[in-house]
Design a binder for this molecule. Sequence first.
Ligand code: 5GP
Ligand code: MN
Length: 332
Amino acid sequence: MNDLIQLKQLLSIPKDIVITSHRNPDGDAIGSSLALYHYLNKGGHTVHVIFPSEYPDFVAWLPDAAKILIHDIEPEDSERFLKRADIIFCLDYNSLERIDKMGEVIMSLNTTTVLIDHHLYPDAFADFSLSDTTASSTCELVYDFIELLNDKELIDLKISQCLYTGILTDTGSFKYSTSPKLFRIVAHLCELGIDNNIIQDLIFNSMEEKGLRLLGHCLINRMEILEEHQTGIISLSREDYEAFDIQRGDTEGIVNYLLKLKNVKVAALITEQPKIIKLSLRSKGDYSVQAIATKYFNGGGHKNASGGAVYGTLQGTVQKFKNILPEYQHQL
Ligand code: 5GP
Ligand code: MN
């Protein structure tokens, strides 16, 4: 982290702080934001967490999730808090474009910003930045951040539950981007009392029946395997959204099922949203879906997990994705 001493000085006096994370917040976005929220609260700061859009139900149990402001729902309050903040934290995203209107507001202000993130190629917009693209999750970096500020003893059970949630979801329960350092952090969170069984159930075993039926539908009726390109595609139309009453978060994790196939290295979930076509891309090994998301789908993310969106039709976007695959064949 650059200028840590300066930031430490800033935080030594109670401040008005806003913590932001990206649209469609996932477990890491909300876990890191709430962990930092509880930590900063302990330092006597006045803290608000604001997301552009709503978070999924499987994280609603996290301590103080109910206090999070959603810009889509409460734009006036959200912007009022942003405007009066002394410091704005930007967690789990690498560009102000990822938070839509909130990003425009932040750009128009002269407020001190702090970036904590693990996505590739961060924009240079923040005054202080803790960016490590090798980190498993932003939660891992929030732990590092607290440690850098010499406050490790302030990490309590609530903070641990938040951090553990983001680590679990971003590593797919320790399947991706783990390291000895991460397991040492997790060991510390266990010592602080987190219950792995309970948290695993709250996050991964709390589906509604319609969610499991949707998964079945995706695998039986909407999955296409392109042997030549070692690629799997699942596409969902607006009609599927209606038939299965798909809500925010219901498609989370579906794309990963494609990677269970021995001969699949690249996976895509392509969904028809009200205004755009959204892509969730995953890969194994050195194959970079980040390159595809950035070059062709206005997106980005990580080497093995990226996303993007385009205007167009579902069929047209699926075809576009298929047409791109030969260009990346050498990565297989
Ligand atoms: P997911 O497929 O789960 O939505 O996202 C996977 C990864 O890609 C996440 O790290 C997420 O931040 C990133 N990502 C998803 N959608 C977009 C997007 O539209 N733009 C950018 N830059 N990154 C995205
Ligand atoms: Mn993350």
